[in-house]
Ligand binder design. Structure first.
Ligand code: PLP
Length: 398
């Protein structure tokens, strides 16, 4: 058909491309550090005990599969809101926050982007340089112009805070600023508390619209500690968008569980926002799927399961920290001329390792070790069985 004949092939997703090449590799010693998924020490995606127990409770009920409300399961939205903002936060008590279940963190970002496109179509979006590769595409597909603010400084292997701060200071009022609430993807470099104070002040003073993406709550310094940035923004009193995801923290990737929260200045404003957000949802997919939301709501609302979840999440966080430590120590032994201590300062699943594109390619060709061309490695894909091979390969290309 003439409709289809002019359609060009879309570019391949660079990260999924790594996985395809990895899957085709016949080497028994191959290691994929290109992924964005937590693996346990056996190299497997875990199924959490708290999830198994919640699913057993749900099966027992044999509940009919009716439609959920447009904004999702009420018990889920409530539990998520309390997790994100704190159960006794002012925004919840004053009914200024709304939360809608979303199809993963990606779905939450898309809902926020579509909502903003209706009510702030002239604003431009600013994302960090670099950022999660889908941020740009998501906001562009919602109709926004997407710009970047300076973020990563390759020389210090940390945040270029003065560059970031100056960029925010120069943005026009109403600009939408996408910020990683914790565990920056892809760099692993986060702001300090003092730096956040300065960012919150400049966002408030300049009337910018903060959009916090929290895909890794609990992977940095703990559930509470990682949630502080969101809470501090909520207390600052301006408009606030928060997308969060349970893909990683519940190891529920395929169930697509996330949420979008919006903070308004009054309960009345919040109710109007929710009514409009429901229109966005209704015209996209009508209402979210129920299973993942039921599982998360059950875990969060059942004290024993919640405690179990917190322990299991702590287990993932600690294992990643141990792998960071082993990575640094083993490299120190194998390649003493090189400095990798910064890896311990980074948070979350990823590390910008400082490896160049050429080094990444050599590791792939010589040792079947796959990383992203930017040098991003998934620390959560390291384990006690593969780390020595990875270190040996890195030491050879340095
Ligand atoms: N935001 C960031 C920064 C992410 O890294 C990810 C997933 O990798 C997401 C959002 C999307 O999360 P989900 O898989 O729940 O859609």
């Amino acid at each position: 058909s003439p409709l289809f004949s002019a359609i060009e092939m879309a570019p391949r997703d660079p990260i999924l491309g790594i996985t395809e090449a990895f899957n085709a590799d016949q080497s028994p010693a191959k290691v994929n550090l290109g992924v964005g998924v937590y693996y346990d020490d056996n190299g497997k995606v875990p199924l959490l005990e708290c999830v198994k127990k919640a699913e057993a409770i749900l099966i027992e009920k044999y509940a009919p599969r009716t439609y959920l409300p447009i904004e999702g399961l009420a018990a889920y939205d409530k539990a998520v809101q309390e997790l994100v903002f704190g159960a006794d936060s002012a925004v919840i008590k004053e009914k200024r926050a709304i939360t809608a279940q979303a199809i993963g963190g990606t779905g939450a970002l898309k809902l926020g982007a579509d909502f903003l496109q209706r009510f702030a179509p002239d604003s431009e979006v600013w994302i960090s340089d670099p950022s999660w590769e889908n941020h740009r595409a998501l906001f562009e597909s919602a109709g926004f112009k997407v710009n970047t603010y300076p973020y990563y400084d390759a020389t210090t292997r940390g945040v270029n805070f003065s560059g970031m701060f100056a960029a925010l200071k120069a943005m026009p009022a109403g600009s939408i600023v996408l910020l990683h609430a914790c565990c920056h993807n892809p760099t692993g470099a986060d702001l300090t508390d003092d730096q956040w104070t300065k960012i919150i002040n400049v966002v408030t003073e300049r009337g910018l619209i903060p959009f916090l993406d929290m895909a890794y709550q609990g992977f940095g310094d703990g559930i509470e500690a990682d949630g502080q940035v969101v809470r501090r923004f909520a207390e600052a009193g301006g408009a606030l968008f928060v997308s969060n995801s349970f893909s990683k923290s519940f190891s529920l990737y395929g169930e697509r569980v996330g949420a979008l929260s919006i903070v308004a200045s009054s309960a009345d404003e919040a109710a109007r926002i929710m009514s409009q957000l429901k229109r966005v949802i209704r015209t996209n997919y009508s209402n979210p799927p129920s299973h993942g939301g039921q599982v998360v709501a059950t875990v969060l609302a059942t004290p024993e399961l919640r405690q179990l979840w917190e322990e299991e999440l702590a287990g993932m966080r600690v294992r990643i920290r141990e792998m960071r430590q082993a990575f640094v120590e083993k490299l120190k032994a194998k390649a003493p001329a090189h400095q990798f201590d910064f890896v311990m300062q980074q948070r979350g699943m990823f590390s910008y390792s400082g490896l160049t594109k050429e080094q990444v390619q050599q590791m792939r060709e010589n040792n079947s070790i796959y990383a992203v061309d930017t040098g991003r490695i998934c620390v959560a894909a390291l384990n006690n069985k593969n780390i020595d091979q990875v270190i040996a390969s890195i030491a050879k290309v340095l």
